[in-house]
Design a protein around this ligand. Structure first.
Ligand code: UQ1
Length: 453
């Protein structure tokens, strides 16, 4: 994963963009090596060694159609993190160390690894320039570097997070995810605020997953009691830029019922902009003003966005995401460029579960494209959000494009996944982290479709 913000040199040569049809048809299995000047030239270059990069690279390799070094992976990171587990770290259920592995140990030796960032994309020339200045050329490019967490987007946040005495923390970073549990266990009374920002975030359910775990912790410790109203030692608010609890109506309604039952104040259309001491300032999105709130504990979800080197490139749409067709995952202008995962423009919730469904589609379509065939695999927008609603229970939200529920166990077993369940908690806490490192990063896990080849 590209976890650091990289410097980008914008491509501003003003040349007209090639259309899909204009991409040379010779870029396929038969001729690729003939046109390549050997070193630093690959059939496929995958930018990003996160969930999407590892799944796609290894699924491509498993096709058996690639020789050593035909596929290259580019990522400046030393470590690969299982980020869905950071909520569990915040809840005191896992350690952050057990969720990460050195990136190079996850790569099949047949992959060429450039442990570097990317400065620029030159899609008309089919090459990328690395942060060390080296140029790497490709026949097919997969752009999956993820997105950045902009801690600096909230005034005073970096300082508050770094202060070991402040009860300000975030599950959205390796450095801070273990501070979260410390803040939860330290609070004895007062107001706890959990925030969710405006704009794109990874896993839009995580901002409240950690709140539900904290609530349960304080309830069990006798510090939170909804029936006591203002007499409860701890008061809890959920301050979200969204107008409701979740983007999918079915689950949003259930989560709002939980919020009301559990006495959590909903501060909707509140977007955190600054933290100073024990005061949080929010922009009110429904009115043109700001409001300040006192807090004793603050869990912050910073704003997130595309990496500069993607945003400034010819591959990005206006919002800065890699502009791909929502069904085929192929770039809308460059027929030999592909993207899935957080960096892509795919209009669905950004999760590892989404990648389990996206990666096989990208891989099948890229392989067909190499064989000179039209891509015919399609992605339906599948994504999932296993919402911890308390210790021992998870609401397994699964949906597709249009916010329509698409429930695996609803279909298989007839259960309603809007109801939090213990079995789903074990999927989230034990099975998913296990299958992720055991199979998904190795290219053998297709999520709800099970194991592949
Ligand atoms: C999944 O495969 C997965 O990754 C390993 C997750 O964790 C990040 C998930 O949250 C989900 C929902 C899946 C999908 C798999 C099934 C069996 C529903």
């Amino acid at each position: 994963m590209f976890r650091t913000t990289l410097t980008s040199k914008a491509c501003s040569n003003g040349l007209s963009i090639l259309t899909a049809q204009a991409v040379p048809t010779s870029r396929n299995f038969a001729t690729a090596s003939a046109v390549s000047p050997a070193a630093r030239s690959h059939k496929v270059v995958v930018v990003g060694g996160g969930s999407a990069g590892l799944a796609v690279s290894h699924q491509l390799l498993r096709s058996g159609k690639f020789a050593p070094n035909d596929i290259a992976i580019v990522d400046p990171a030393k470590w690969h993190n299982y980020q869905p587990g950071w909520t569990l770290v915040g809840g005191g259920l896992k350690t952050k160390e057990e969720l990460r592995k050195p990136l190079d140990t996850l790569l099949d030796p047949k992959l060429k690894f450039y442990n570097e960032g990317v400065n620029t994309f030159s899609p008309k020339e089919n090459l990328i320039t690395l942060s060390n200045g080296d140029k790497v050329s490709y026949d097919q490019l997969v752009v999956v570097p993820g997105i950045t967490i902009n801690f600096g987007s909230i005034k005073g946040l970096p300082e508050a997070l770094a202060d070991p005495n402040s009860l300000v923390s975030s599950i959205y970073g390796y450095e801070t995810c273990d501070k979260v549990f410390h803040t939860i266990t330290s609070l004895r009374k007062g107001t706890a605020i959990f925030t969710q920002p405006a704009g794109t975030v990874k896993c839009a359910g995580a901002p409240q997953k950690i709140m539900w775990l904290a609530l349960d912790y304080w309830k069990r410790a006798g510090l939170y009691n909804a029936s006591k109203g203002p007499e409860s030692p701890i008061q809890i608010s959920f301050a979200t830029a969204l107008p409701g609890m979740f983007g999918v109506p079915k689950y949003s309604a259930r989560l709002n019922e939980l919020r009301l039952e559990r006495g959590v104040e909903g501060l909707f259309q509140h977007d955190l902009v600054a933290v100073e001491g024990n005061t949080a300032t929010f922009a009110r999105l429904d009115q043109q003003d700001q409001v300040t709130k006192h807090f004793d504990l603050l869990h912050v979800v910073p704003k997130m966005g595309p990496h500069e080197f993607v945003k400034k490139s010819e591959l990005a749409n206006e919002a800065g995401f890699v502009d791909v067709d929502e069904a085929t995952t192929r770039h809308t202008k460059y027929a030999n460029v592909w993207s899935v995962g957080d960096a892509s423009s795919l209009p669905t919730s950004k999760t590892a579960a989404a990648i389990t469904a996206q990666a096989p589609v990208l891989v099948q379509n890229l392989m067909q494209s190499l064989e000179g065939k039209a891509p015919n695999a399609t992605y339906n927008g599948y994504t999932s959000c296993p919402l911890t609603t308390e210790y021992g229970k998870v609401m397994l939200a699964e949906f597709k494009y249009g916010g329509e529920p698409h429930e695996t166990f609803g279909r298989l077993l007839g259960v309603d996944q809007g109801t939090p369940r213990r079995a789903f908690y074990h999927l989230k806490k034990d099975f998913f982290p296990w299958v992720y490192y055991k199979s998904m990063v190795k290219g053998t896990w297709a999520g709800p479709k099970g194991w592949m080849n």
